[in-house]
Design a protein around this ligand. Structure first.
Ligand SMILES: [Zn+2]
Length: 112
């Protein structure tokens, strides 16, 4: 899937699944990773005494081969971004599983 289409789906899923609560300016890049399907990275840093949140999503173009895989990986990382926005631990525990179930009901995609 082209990067611009991944970014388009991010917008769609942010509206449709997350009530636009995720950052609109999320950087999304494709990687050649053979180890992980996707990655959400986040950091909170002080810049000139101001607190800044830094975040990014990466999606492997090696391991994701069709559009459903890209979408499922993207939503998986978006649940992590949602955890970050809500100040929850970024993990695969109860909240993650509940969200995965919820989005699966809506989209039919398995994002675990
Ligand atoms: Zn994960």
């Amino acid at each position: 899937m082209k990067t611009k289409n991944i970014k388009m789906w991010y917008k769609v899923f942010n509206f449709w699944l997350f009530g636009n609560k995720l950052p609109a300016d999320m950087p999304i890049t494709k990687t050649r990773s053979k180890k992980y399907l996707g990655m959400f990275e986040s950091d909170v840093v002080l810049v000139d005494d101001e607190v800044e949140a830094h975040y990014a999503i990466e999606v492997s173009k090696v391991l994701n081969t069709n559009s459903d895989e890209y979408k499922a990986t993207l939503i998986h990382e978006m649940i992590h971004a949602y955890q970050f926005v809500l100040n929850l631990p970024v993990d695969h525990k109860k909240f993650f599983r509940k969200e995965a179930k919820r989005v699966r009901r809506i989209t039919g995609l398995n994002v675990l």
